[in-house]
Design a protein around this ligand. Structure first.
Ligand code: ATP
Length: 363
């Protein structure tokens, strides 16, 4: 067994004890979760490996040539939600966040998903495997782009991870997903350099439909790169400018660079993009004309109010949250509680207030 990493924290979730790895270590990626009271089917410490980081390419053609050469690769849509790993531990379906916390909110939703997906059957047949996917919709972690989806939180599988933290080959994953009725992110099939013009058309179409981009994966599941659209980059700029003092400045510069490189590589209309880049910036700071604070608003749906209380405790470790309302709602005829809350970004709130009151700063 590999030695235990030192950047660990022991936590409990109900009666389950777990150890989360809070940062990358030479042996364990950030977000790895170990369950000391549980073993896998080989009798080893039950470990859910951290979801690996995905390398981003900034230019499509040269990126594809560099990473896939003349070999084929699978293309999937990169959808915008938050990363979730589903596992079954001691008979309980659990949802882990990217950072390695058991999320009470997503775990509650996982039991809803299990009613129409074969999650229980999957974990009965493959107890050691982990289902990695994007949770989209009523997210408590990031403000979501608009997908035409019914209210609630939705799960789309994009990887199945084995006991070593490796992803299964995409084709095996698609087969298992179909077999257990687990919805996947949209699959665009196999491409290679010879079909580059079609891949470019696909990206233009995603850009026009305001989608985030693609993730490209080799048939053995080992090589993975992501490439995103300027529409999504500009939307990120617009939505986050009002939080600018709480966000790393590289966040904006990187997105500007990516948008410009896309416009150049795909020969997009300069005037249109000059306008769109300008609008992202002007629109992003519109809130300064009537500034009350730098915050994001969330609207989530829980079955039990205790789920909200436990989620709130988890969020409190990171940001200040303010509850706006709670109300009873029906979803598909079933009772839920909708909760509105704000994540307040202190630095940006303070700095913008000072600026707008006319205070001067030394640069
Ligand atoms: P990274 O994961 O590379 O550290 P990040 O946390 O900033 O970067 P993103 O830039 O959003 O995340 O890109 C990676 C994330 O995209 C994955 O962690 C996953 O949650 C999400 N994702 C959405 N669709 C897919 C897909 N088809 N395949 C893999 N990941 C996907």
């Amino acid at each position: 067994m590999k030695p235990m990493p030192s950047v660990t924290e022991e936590r409990t979730y109900e009666d389950i004890t777990y150890i989360r790895v809070g940062d990358d270590t030479p042996t364990h990626p950030r977000g790895t979760v170990m369950f000391p009271q549980v073993t896998d089917s080989q009798g080893r410490l039950f470990t859910v490996w951290g979801y690996p980081r995905i390398r981003r390419i900034f230019v499509l053609e040269r990126g594809v040539k560099r990473y896939f050469k003349e070999f084929p690769f699978f293309v999937e849509e990169k959808i915008d939600g938050y990363n979730v790993r589903l596992t079954r531990v001691a008979g309980r379906l659990l949802a882990l966040t990217r950072g390695g916390f058991i999320c009470p909110y997503t775990t509650e939703w996982a039991s809803v998903w299990a009613e129409h997906m074969g999650l229980d059957e999957f974990f009965t047949d493959y107890p050691d495997l982990v289902l990695c996917g994007e949770a989209v919709g009523a997210s408590p972690y990031n403000v979501q782009r608009v997908y035409e989806l019914p209210p609630g939180l939705h799960f789309y599988l994009f990887d199945i991870m084995d006991t070593e933290g490796r992803s299964l080959p995409p084709e095996r994953k698609y087969t298992l997903a179909a077999q257990y009725a687990i919805p996947t992110v949209p699959q665009f099939g196999q491409y290679s350099l010879t079909r580059l013009p079609e891949l470019k058309d696909l990206l233009l179409d995603l850009n026009a439909r305001e989608r985030e981009g693609v993730v490209m994966k080799s048939p053995d599941g080992e090589r993975v790169v992501k490439f995103v659209t300027p529409t999504s980059d500009l939307a990120d700029i617009r939505d986050n400018l009002i939080l600018m003092y709480d966000v790393d400045s590289g966040y904006f510069l990187n997105r500007l660079l990516r948008s410009v490189l896309f416009v150049q590589e795909f020969g997009l209309d300069r005037e249109e993009y000059a306008r769109r880049i300008g609008e992202a910036i002007l629109g992003g700071l519109d809130a300064l004309t009537d500034f009350r604070g730098a915050w994001e608003e969330y609207h989530i749906l829980v079955r039990n109010i205790t789920t909200w209380h436990r989620l709130r405790e988890l969020l409190a470790g990171k940001v200040r949250t303010e509850e706006l309302y709670t109300r009873a709602v029906l979803l598909d005829g079933r009772p839920f509680i909708q909760i509105g809350f704000r994540r307040v970004f202190r630095k940006s709130t303070k700095r913008f207030r000072m600026i707008l009151k006319g205070y001067g700063h030394y640069d």
